[in-house]
Design a protein around this ligand. Sequence first.
Ligand SMILES: Cc1ncc(COP(=O)(O)O)c(C=O)c1O
Length: 446
Amino acid sequence: MAKTALCSDDSFSSYSFFIEALDLFSSSLPSIEKSPVECACKWVLRHQHKLKQAARSCSLKVKEALGLEDRHFDQVETDSEVTFRYRDLETQLTEPDRLRSKPEVSDLGFGKFFTDHMLKIYYHSQLGGWQRPMLVPFENISLHPAAKVLHYAIELFEGLKAYRGVDEKIRIFRPELNMRRMNKSAVTAGLPTFDGHELIKCLNRLVQVDQEWVPHGEGSSLYLRPSLIGIDGTLGVVQSDSALLYTILCPVGNYFKNNSSISLLADPAFIRSWPGGCGDQKMGSNYGPTIRVQRIANGKGRHQVLWLYGPDHQLTEAGTMNIFLFHIDENGEKVLATPPLNGLILPGIIRQSIIEMCAEWKEFRVEERVITMNDVIKLKNTDRLLEVFGSGTACIISPVSAIEYQDAVIDIPTTEHSYPVYKKIKENLEAIQYGHIKHPWAQPIE
Ligand SMILES: Cc1ncc(COP(=O)(O)O)c(C=O)c1O
């Protein structure tokens, strides 16, 4: 194939690939039995991401030759193998007569009602990777009965919230941390990763389209549930070559029914997470097996399970929350302690925010350390256990008033102080989320 003077730089790898590929393609045509058009289509689909690179290279060359500037070239173009892009988002709005009616805030509960739209982004390695994001009316998804998510739980999810502020602006709390965690889970699940900033932009758009669903009134919010599932319709226990990243939204009220304190069952017979496992990832496979244990706890009149680990009965998490103890140490100093991120614990975004916020206050020491049930008993018996509380996006903070352990109940005076630390933390986090305090953790979406 002849090369023009404009394209004489053979060191330009994408361009060289393009030329070589075209040569290879044209020379392979006669040996292929299928129709040339079918062949060509398959070839283009298989190599589309490289062709895109080549097209970019050519366009840059042409612009260089014509003396045109292309300053934003590197910023706007990415490879579909690496990520999808917000700028490719296609939007299909729900017909006005099909919009759902919105429930009363008092009826919301958690995860019962869904908004009018959702986000869908397919990944097909055979088609070059990520496809264009689609914002579509809320709908059922159709899956092959052999889809890997249905058989081997090849999936992960996230949970984040959008809040309607006192200034009517909508803010999403620290979404970049959810994106980081989501990509980590994707690596563990063998699912494709992506540029978190691109998903944040798509999510912002989704929330904007459904903004009427962001409830008015503090204590309520719009919960965003991005999920990434393996959808290959093949039964092998291998990586899924196709995936679907989708996001649904639901307006939510208080996670726990009357928003009062909760009690926990701590039984070392049940283990949620172990070293070398995936307990520190937000994968559905971590949650299904907890349902039976949760029912056992409920049967004993306890709200949640306090998950223990190891022969020394280390505290790890409370239900689907990280756990904190506020206590007085041997020297009479106040300490806020939480178990360390040692692979057994989900790195909660509220957990991280509490640690960072309290470290800044400098009112008490903040420690990430192993806490055993013996430590809890010792603190209780010496009147140095002040508060225990759980943290998570769904509930923000949930005070704990009792732990049932080895047929005894440890009562905890969490809610009995005049201004407990858990309350101060909750108020400060909510002040940021609802825009009372301007803070980089909760920026208004454009
Ligand atoms: C097991 C587990 N631990 C902790 C958390 C809290 O994490 P975050 O603060 O990011 O909501 C969650 C919530 O999703 C969870 O599922």
